[in-house]
Design a protein around this ligand. Structure first.
Ligand SMILES: Nc1ncnc2c1ncn2[C@@H]1O[C@@H]2COP(=O)(O)O[C@H]2[C@H]1O
Length: 342
C-alpha cells in the first residue's frame, strides 16, 4: 500500500467521490484507502498538509485478546458508562463481547472547567464520551486569528473520533466549560472495535447526503454525523410506508425510487396529493409538530430509504429546522388545496 496520503482535512485537491451504490462490499469498505477519504472539513491542519500513513491508517487495527486494554471498574462506573453511551450510534452494532472490551478499555477522566481536552493540530490519542459537564468545540481557520465555536457537547455527547479514524491531526479544539467527567477510549481499541461501521457509513452516504437539497447547507462534518445515525429500509412496490393518523417515529430520505402520498378527502376517498423521488424527504411533519401522520405513503416500485429516529432528527437536523418548518407550512397549504379542490 502506498504510504503518502491525501490529508483528510485537505481541500485543495479533488478527491474521488465515493459511489455508495457500487460500494457495499465489506472488504472494500474496510479498506480505508486515504484517496477515498472525504474532503472532510474546511479546516486545513496546523501541521503539514501531507502526512505519511502507516498500515495502521489504511485498515482498522486488530488486537489479540491478550492485548485488550483493561481499566478495572466498579459496577457503578459500568452503569455510568452504559448511560453515557446509550444514544451513541458508534456502539449500536457491537456484540456483547465487543461492548464488554470497549467498556473495559475506557478510562475515567475527571476534568475541571477550562481544561483543553483536545487541541487542534495535535496528534489523536483518545476518543471521548461525555458523562457529565459541558464542552465547547472551536475551529481556527488557517488565515484567521480567531477561533470559531462550531458546536458544544453535554452528557452523552462524544468527540475526538476524526483524528483516530483518519490518522489526521485534531480538527478542532475542545475546552471544558464546566467541571465534568469524560470516558476516554484509547486509539487502538477505538480503531479495532468501534470505527469500522462508522467509517463505512460515512463513506457510503457521503455523496448521497451531499446531494439531498435540504442538507446542502450543512457542513460536511454535520452530514457525517447524520450518516452515523441513518438506518436503511426498503419497501416493495405498493407497500405502505406509513398510514395517515399513525404516530410518527421516523424521518425518511429517499435514496432511490418513488413514494406516492395519499390523503383522505372530505368524502372519505383516498386522493393522491404528491409524489417524491430520490433526494426528497418525508415524515417530518409528525416529528416537527408532534401530530399524527398527515398522509399515507406508498412505494411505487421498489423504494429505498434511510431513516432517522425522532431524537436524532431533532438533534442532527437542528441547523435546518427552520427550513423544514418553513417548507412544512407551504406543504400544509398544498395538501389542503389538493384535498379540497374538486
Ligand atoms: N465542524 C467540525 N469539524 C471538525 N471536527 C469537529 C467539528 N465539530 C466537532 N468536531 C469534533 O472535534 C474533534 C477534534 O478532534 P478530532 O479531529 O479527533 O475529532 C473532532 C470531532 O469529534
Amino acid at each position: 500500500m502506498t504510504s503518502t496520503a491525501q490529508h483528510p482535512l485537505s481541500t485543495d485537491e479533488p478527491i474521488d467521490s465515493f459511489d455508495h451504490e457500487e460500494e457495499d462490499d465489506e472488504e472494500e469498505a474496510r479498506d480505508i484507502v486515504s484517496d477515498d477519504l472525504p474532503p472532510m472539513l474546511s479546516v486545513p491542519s496546523m501541521r503539514s498538509r501531507r502526512v505519511s500513513v502507516s498500515a495502521e491508517s489504511i485498515q482498522p487495527s486488530s488486537i489479540s485478546p491478550q492485548e485488550y486494554v483493561v481499566h478495572p471498574k466498579t459496577n457503578d462506573q459500568r452503569q455510568r458508562i452504559n448511560e453515557a453511551i446509550a444514544n451513541n450510534f458508534l456502539f449500536k452494532n457491537l456484540d456483547d463481547d465487543q461492548a464488554g472490551h470497549v467498556v473495559d478499555a475506557m478510562a475515567e477522566k475527571p476534568v475541571s472547567k477550562g481544561t483543553v481536552v483536545i487541541e487542534q493540530g495535535a496528534e489523536g490519542d483518545f476518543y471521548y464520551i461525555v458523562e457529565s459537564g459541558t464542552f465547547d468545540c472551536f475551529i481556527q481557520k488557517p488565515q484567521e486569528q480567531d477561533k470559531n465555536k462550531v458546536t458544544s457537547y453535554g452528557p452523552g455527547g462524544s468527540f475526538g473520533e476524526l483524528a483516530l479514524m483518519y490518522n489526521a491531526p485534531r480538527a478542532a479544539t475542545i475546552v471544558a466549560t464546566s467541571d465534568g467527567v469524560l470516558w476516554a477510549l484509547d486509539r487502538i481499541t477505538f480503531r479495532s472495535i468501534l470505527m469500522d461501521s462508522s467509517v463505512r457509513k460515512r463513506r457510503m452516504y457521503e455523496r448521497f447526503l451531499s446531494e439531498v437539497p435540504i442538507l446542502r447547507s450543512l457542513e460536511i462534518y454535520e452530514r457525517h454525523k447524520i450518516a452515523d445515525a441513518l438506518e436503511p429500509i426498503q419497501f416493495d412496490d405498493q407497500e405502505v410506508v406509513m398510514r395517515e393518523g399513525d404516530v410518527g417515529q421516523n424521518f425518511y430520505l429517499i435514496e432511490d425510487g418513488e413514494a406516492i402520498f395519499y390523503k383522505t378527502a372530505e368524502d372519505g376517498s383516498q386522493k393522491e396529493v404528491n409524489r417524491s423521488y430520490k433526494g426528497d424527504y418525508f415524515g417530518e411533519l409528525a416529528l416537527l409538530h408532534d401530530n399524527p401522520r398527515a398522509a399515507t405513503v406508498v412505494a411505487n416500485g421498489r423504494l429505498k430509504c434511510v431513516t432517522l429516529g425522532k431524537k436524532a432528527f431533532t438533534r442532527l437536523l437542528g441547523p435546518v429546522m427552520d427550513i423544514l418548518k418553513r417548507n412544512s407550512e407551504n406543504y400544509h397549504a398544498i395538501l389542503r388545496e389538493a384535498t379540497q379542490n374538486d
